[in-house]
Structures are given as structure tokens and as C-alpha cells.
Design a protein around this ligand. Structure first.
Ligand code: ZN
Length: 422
């Protein structure tokens, strides 16, 4: 057979495989783009981005024809939140970029003022009277700029704790090698600023700061829950889940959360789409949790107020950080539920989906946690690779490129659900 004819014969199969493998990625990319668009405001609490995201997911469930237990697929619960509505930091008339150059601590209060720089080197931190010196400097209108320090040094640690207490008297800047933000359910009186070490000039003199934040003691967040009825035992449920919330905004900076966790929601919606056309023996519930970044609050609320009995919940599969995959996947709780882990791993090995499946013990690091604490077999799957943007504005769709690992993960989770329904 000539090479040409062989290629002509092989081509349709290659194309078909390509189409099967790329179909989900195209749809998942669209979902991630949508969840990370500016209107969704990083799916946090400034500009109600979380609630726009919850509406979008509920609408998606509706378009797939999923059944709803509560009205509009939603389960609401109350949270408190410290919103940081605007931030401005200028050093010697150079205006810095929020989110990229600096962060304010998530529990920061409102504060503005003009200050002088007081450089505190690592060597100065080791001197006995530094806490006193810093205190005096703050009272005289200086902002202490604390250099990057060795956080393993125990006596230094205690000094830093004492210095942090002084942030109630005036702002303190901590230089950092890397910035990572989060969100807070409370507001403190202290103002801490985290500044990227590489952009700070030690000869700087003047600082202008303007932070406006608002503490909201009662804010309605939502879990979004839909399901596909099982054809044999509809009272028994398999739960597939992931959180849709992210950090939202710090002033103008948007934390998009493409990998964390628009990618997991894309996978959740993809699976919902598949199983809506392929119902299984048990009912399959799809839960998009809110307020995960605030300390797993959505899933905690759900486990306290389940919409169907926990005793009838056969398995919970949580997806968070589904954007990588080049280095395989990790299953948190794999070591707690070894027989389920063996099943999962054997599917992967037989089908050659991902390069490696690692197993971990228990960890309170995503929405599976309170389910497994309640005695329900639960996994948390995340993909591993070279994508290193975590809780920074750069975790956005321009940087996140889904590939075949996404589709292979989809097939792996789908096959595992088949197995759970045998
Ligand atoms: Zn996450």
C-alpha cells in the first residue's frame, strides 16, 4: 500500500479521534472565557460577581434539562465578607499596579494617608530593640518596609508577630518574593501591605496610600444544584462537584481564577451535558459550590443542610484545578478510600488516560472535605503540570491552555462514574 493511500485511509480516523478529543475542549474553553469575563468580576463579592456566576450555572443546568430540588437550582446561605473596593499605592510618585506589584491583606480596613519610608533590613530585625524602633517610627508618620526575612527563624518569627500588632497604629509594608492573595470573612484594624520585593527601590522616600474597604456582615451566597434522575435507584446519588467562586476584585485588580476553578466548573458542566444524555442507574447530582475560597463555606453549609440524605449519597467526586494534566493527577483521600482509588487508577492504567495518578491522605483543601468527615466516600481530583499561577490575576484564560489532558480527564471521570454505577 502506498504511503499516500495509507494516509488517506488513516486520515478519517485521525480526524475522528481529533474531533472527539477536541469537542469538549472547545466547549470548556468557552465556559472558562465566560466565567472569567470582566462582568463576572472574578466571581467574588465586589460587584456581586459570585451571584452572576451562580445565575449563569443555574441557566446552564436549565438548558441541559437538569432537575432541580430547590427553586432555581439554588441553595442560599449567609456569609460575612470584607470587600476591598479601591486601592492605590504610590511610591515617590510612581503609581503601582494592584494585584501585580502589591496586595493589601484581605482583611484590610479603610485607610488613606501620606507617609515616609522607613527601611527595616533583615539585620535590623535581629536587633533587640527593633519592635520599639518600629513603633516609634509609625507614630512619627513613617511606614516600616520590612525586608524579606527567613521565616524559619523562630526568634524572628516572634519579632514579626510583635511588629504585625503595630499595624493598628499605621500601615506596614512587607516585601515578598511572590504575591498570593485570598479573601476574608472579617475586617481587622491593622493595615498590612504586601509588596513585590523585585520592584521596591530601597532609596524610596515617600508613600501615598488610599484603601477603601467595606465589611458586609450578612451577604447571600449560593450553591447551585441540579441532578439527573437514576433509572433504577433514583433515591441514591453520586455527587460531582466543584466550586465556582474565586477571589473577586481588589480595587481594579481582577482575580479571574481560570484554573481555580473555572476549569473545574467547565468539567462539571461538560459531565452534566454528557450524563443528561446518558442517565445511569443512580441519580447523579451536580453541585457548584459557593464561598469555597472563604473556607469551604458552601460545602460546609450543604453538608449541614443536605438536599437529599447524606446516607443515600454513595460517592462525592470534587474537581478543583482541572487546567493542567501534563504531570498527571492527584487524588486527595485516595489513601482514605483505597479500594475506590484502586478502581480509579486501574481505569487510568487500562485506558492510558493520564501519565500518573498520585494518592494523598485527607486534607481540608477543597469541597470534598466535609463530606468525607461525615463518612461519605469522597475524592478531590486536581491536575498537575507546569501551570503556576495561583491566586494571582495572571490565572486567566490567556495563560490557561486546555489540551488533551482535559479530555482525557473527562473520560477518566466519566468511566469512574460508570464503575460507581455498576
Ligand atoms: Zn479552588
Amino acid at each position: 500500500m502506498s504511503l499516500l493511500i495509507r494516509n488517506i485511509l488513516v486520515l478519517p480516523f485521525v480526524l475522528l479521534t481529533f474531533l472527539i478529543f477536541s469537542q469538549n475542549v472547545i466547549q470548556a474553553d468557552k465556559i472558562i472565557q465566560k466565567l472569567c469575563s470582566d462582568k463576572f468580576a472574578g466571581r467574588g463579592y465586589v460587584d456581586r460577581g459570585d451571584s452572576i456566576a451562580a445565575d449563569y450555572i443555574a441557566g446552564y443546568f436549565d438548558s441541559l434539562g437538569l432537575s432541580s430540588i430547590n427553586k432555581n437550582y439554588k441553595q442560599s446561605f449567609d456569609i460575612s465578607i470584607n470587600n476591598i473596593n479601591s486601592v492605590e499605592l504610590t511610591i515617590d510618585n510612581r503609581s503601582l499596579t494592584p494585584g501585580i506589584d502589591f496586595l493589601v491583606k484581605p482583611n484590610a480596613p479603610t485607610l488613606s494617608g501620606d507617609y515616609h519610608v522607613f527601611n527595616v533590613s533583615q539585620k535590623m530585625l535581629q536587633s533587640g530593640r527593633i519592635v520599639n524602633k518600629v513603633c516609634k517610627a509609625i507614630k512619627r508618620g513613617y511606614v516600616p518596609v520590612i525586608s524579606v526575612f527567613d521565616s524559619k527563624d523562630q526568634s524572628l518569627k516572634n519579632t514579626i508577630i510583635e511588629i504585625k500588632k503595630l499595624s493598628k497604629e499605621g500601615p506596614i509594608i512587607f516585601l515578598k518574593e511572590k504575591l498570593t492573595w485570598s479573601v476574608s470573612t472579617s475586617q481587622s484594624k491593622g493595615m498590612e501591605i504586601w509588596l513585590l520585593d523585585s520592584i521596591f527601590d530601597r532609596f524610596s522616600k515617600d508613600i501615598h496610600l488610599n484603601v477603601s474597604s467595606r465589611f458586609i456582615s450578612s451577604y447571600k451566597s449560593n450553591n447551585v444544584i441540579g441532578y439527573i434522575e437514576g433509572y433504577e435507584s433514583p433515591d441514591s446519588f453520586i455527587v460531582l462537584c466543584g466550586h465556582y467562586d474565586h477571589l473577586g476584585k481588589m480595587g481594579e485588580a481582577i482575580f479571574y481564577g481560570a484554573n481555580d476553578n473555572a476549569s473545574g466548573i467547565a468539567m462539571l458542566l461538560d459531565l452534566a451535558s454528557y450524563f443528561s444524555e446518558h442517565p445511569q442507574k443512580y441519580s447523579i447530582a451536580f453541585i457548584a459550590f459557593g464561598a469555597e475560597e472563604l473556607g469551604l463555606l458552601g460545602s460546609l453549609n450543604y453538608v449541614k443542610n443536605p438536599l437529599f440524605p447524606l446516607s443515600k449519597t454513595k460517592f462525592v467526586f470534587n474537581m478543583d484545578l482541572m487546567g493542567g494534566g501534563g504531570k498527571g493527577a492527584t487524588i486527595v483521600n485516595g489513601k482514605i478510600f483505597p479500594s475506590y482509588f484502586e478502581q480509579f487508577k486501574s481505569i487510568n492504567d487500562n485506558e492510558n488516560y493520564l501519565s500518573a495518578i498520585r494518592s494523598r491522605g485527607k486534607a481540608a483543601n477543597s469541597d470534598h472535605y466535609f463530606f468525607s468527615e461525615a463518612g461519605i466516600p469522597s475524592f478531590f481530583m486536581y491536575l498537575m503540570g507546569d501551570y503556576n499561577f495561583y491566586h494571582v490575576p495572571q490565572d486567566n484564560p490567556n495563560n490557561l491552555k486546555l489540551g488533551t489532558y482535559y479530555n482525557k480527564s473527562f473520560l477518566l471521570i466519566r468511566d469512574f462514574v460508570f464503575k460507581l454505577c455498576l
